[in-house]
Write a protein that binds this ligand. Structure first.
Ligand code: ZN
Length: 691
């Protein structure tokens, strides 16, 4: 029994020796042979670098680039290599001093101010970074989390053995970099420390000269605007703020330092434009020699988005709008429009709701937006304000088509029966006696007018009388059906404004002022009272008139194509937001009246569209601003052609521009390009003014 056992033990021993030998050979093989004879041993380290994905381009409807990317360089620090180097403190000191001397900005998250008195800046950071700071305090040897900022600097100064000769501020700067290095030791999910993004040549060479071990240049991209136009709608990208991170943190395509669209189309189409950043695993030796490198996640470029804007139309619109407004302001003080302020224009394809032009004046250049931001905040007439979507204005006489429809389709008037304009509406005199502008300006009266003629002359008396006889509910539901005071469906933030009615008065005022009087209804009928609409709504309204009551969702979205432009991923489909039945009689009446505005010698926009080869249906508006000393606002809407299927609707609005007909020049500049029309006369005539 014992003999057998001894023999078995010998056999086991031999097997054991063989197994150990085999593994010893494997180890030799792995260490020496597979590293090409390089005989360093295990002192390598693996780090992770985020590789930025290219964001998709934004193009206009004809494929012109509006926003794209340019190549850039980031400086990334491999924490393992710099930590392993000789004299890390001295290296970091040289780095931060060089940046200080050359005024080079770099990224660093240490949550204490860089200057004395040292205070915490933790509240400016996202909850994730706040959490990292707590981990760091624990990692550094259980530093008390309620330690004061100056005391923490003092403690870290001693932990990192920073030389006595450095000032407190110098020590703080070096501690800032040490913080980033050591965070990589205690927070596993953090990728390599990106010291600088989009480094310019001068900074790059100033820093490269220092030969900091572990400092690498990584290729990246930054956003570039190919046009100085459309600034209000393109928007920009930027790092997420803490609230945005809360929104994106469960989306695996994003990391905490991802950039997202912060405004405009960049924000509206974030889901299509954003790419997925890659993650690269690098294994390096202490001296920075790369042993291996591979992608854990391949970077994936974002898709390209074609928007509905037509850049040529947008340029013509912005330039004409600026020149009209500047011309108005160049008049002698006291003249109508000499105090003109901001303005906006929107053009839409009536058949789809696609927005061809969306401009706000004054504007700015997105390429210099960040460096000029403080100046822009101080600039006259607030260039950063997007009036096309956020400005709410009284529509003035452009509202009258809604009244014609409400009047005819509720049976209060018909297309043939005239109303007599006597100049002053006397029914509620002397308490309330509003005047027709022809009476105010020339002491003249329009006498008998049909509804179409009342639109052509823009007679107020006609609409006072209609407003007095119609039910408020008919007036209000028609305006609502045409999209006034309603969302247009556009992808950017917009205000909805208000329709003048009983509910609005209750919302806007208090006490006695909440009472709805007949005078309110009569002034609402000429587009005053509490009627406040955006230029985008006025354009959607005009397109709905052109479509005889069908209101398409306003949209900036045309299609999405793949990053390599080879594949169509998504195509916009038109969608109907609402439909209101408009009778043939009402449609023919406003269509004819608006056509006469543009192309009858008595029309208020005749001088702009005289002999125009395209049949244009237009309406001017002059709206009181509530400020008796300033000029009135000017409004202009049109659609064309009005003798066949309309294709385009335009709304232009000028603050204190005096007359809507001046705004008509902007619409004409758009129509000229859209319909390829050459030069014709361009002298203006104002509402109720004799030429
Ligand atoms: Zn009149």
């Amino acid at each position: 029994m014992e003999r057998i056992t001894a023999r078995r033990a010998r056999i086991l021993l031999v097997i054991f020796a063989l197994v150990v030998g085999f593994f010893a050979l494997r180890l030799y093989d792995m260490q020496i042979i597979q590293t090409d004879g390089n005989t360093y041993n295990a002192s390598t380290f693996t780090t992770y670098t985020r590789v930025k994905a290219a964001r998709g381009d934004i193009l206009d409807r004809n494929g012109n680039k509006l926003v794209s990317n340019r190549a850039s360089y980031d400086l990334v620090i491999n924490h393992y290599v710099i930590e392993s180097a000789d004299g890390t403190n001295e290296l970091l000191y040289r780095l931060v001093k060089r940046c200080q001397e050359q005024n080079i900005d770099y990224t660093e998250h240490f949550p204490i101010s860089k200057e004395r008195p040292f205070v915490y800046t933790l509240s400016e950071q996202s909850s994730a970074w706040q959490g990292y700071f707590q981990k760091y305090l624990a990692y550094m040897g259980d530093l008390d989390s309620d330690i004061t900022a100056p005391l923490l600097i003092e403690k870290l100064r001693s932990i990192y053995r920073l030389p006595e000769s450095w000032t407190e501020e110098e020590a703080r700067l070096v501690i800032g970099i040490w913080y980033e290095i050591d965070l990589r030791g205690c927070v596993e999910s953090l990728s390599n420390y990106v010291f600088m993004t989009d480094v310019d040549d001068a900074s790059l060479s100033a820093i490269a000269e220092l030969n900091i071990p572990g400092m690498n240049v990584e290729a990246s991209t930054v956003r570039e605007y190919s046009t100085k136009y459309a600034a209000h709608i393109l928007g920009f990208v930027g790092k997420m703020n803490p609230e945005q991170w809360e929104e994106y943190k469960n989306n695996e395509d994003y990391t905490m330092d991802s950039e997202v669209g912060q405004d405009g189309l960049e924000a509206a189409f974030e889901a299509q434009l954003h790419g997925v950043d890659g993650l690269r695993e690098d294994t390096v030796t202490k001296d920075g020699t790369l042993v291996s490198s591979r992608y854990i996640v391949e970077p994936k470029a974002g898709s390209n988005v074609e928007v509905t804007i037509d850049l040529n139309l947008q340029i013509a619109a912005e330039e004409t709008l600026a020149s009209v407004m500047e011309q108005l302001r160049s008049q002698e003080p006291g003249k109508d429009g000499a105090d003109a302020e901001g303005a906006a224009v929107v053009a839409m394809d009536t058949r789809t709701g696609q927005i061809l032009v969306c401009a706000s004046y004054p504007s700015y250049d997105l390429n210099t937006f960040f460096e000029n931001y403080n100046t822009l905040l101080e600039t006259d007439y607030d260039p950063l304000f997007n009036r096309a979507l956020m400005g709410t204005y009284p529509p003035g006489s452009t509202y009258k088509m809604s009244m014609v429809i409400a009047g005819i389709d509720s049976g209060v008037i018909n297309s043939q029966k005239p109303i007599y304009c006597g100049g002053v509406y006397q029914k509620y005199a002397p308490g309330f006696a509003p005047k027709c502008l022809l009476w105010t300006n020339y002491n003249m009266i329009h006498e008998n007018l049909t509804a179409a003629e009342a639109l052509m002359y823009s007679c107020n008396y006609f609409f006072y009388d209609l407003g007095d006889h119609i039910r408020l509910s008919a007036m209000d539901s028609t305006a609502k059906g045409l999209g006034l005071g309603e969302r247009t469906g556009v992808e950017l933030p917009e205000y909805v404004g208000s329709r003048a009615n009983k509910e609005t008065k209750k919302e806007l005022y208090t006490g006695e002022q909440t009472v709805w009087y007949q005078a309110d209804q009569i002034t609402a009928a000429i587009g005053q009272s509490d009627n406040r609409f955006t230029p985008m709504q006025l354009c959607s309204y005009t397109a709905t008139l052109a479509n005889k009551g069908t209101r398409y969702k306003a949209t900036f979205f045309n299609r999405v194509v793949s990053a390599d432009y080879r594949e169509l991923i998504m195509q916009s489909e038109k969608s109907v937001l609402s439909h209101m039945d408009i009778s043939d009689e009402a449609y023919q009446t406003y269509n004819e009246g608006m056509h006469m505005v543009a192309q009858n010698p008595s029309g208020t926009a005749y001088k702009i569209f005289k002999n125009y080869p395209i049949a244009v249906a237009a309406k001017t508006g002059t709206a009181q601003t509530g400020n008796p000393s300033g000029s009135d606002n000017g409004a202009f809407v049109c659609y064309a052609p009005c003798d066949s299927q309309p294709q385009i609707a335009i709304a232009v609005y000028g603050e204190k521009a005096g007359h809507g007909s001046d705004m008509g020049a902007v619409a004409k500049a758009i129509l000229d390009i859209y319909f390829e029309v050459g030069e014709i006369g361009d002298v203006n005539i104002y509402e109720n003014q004799i030429s």
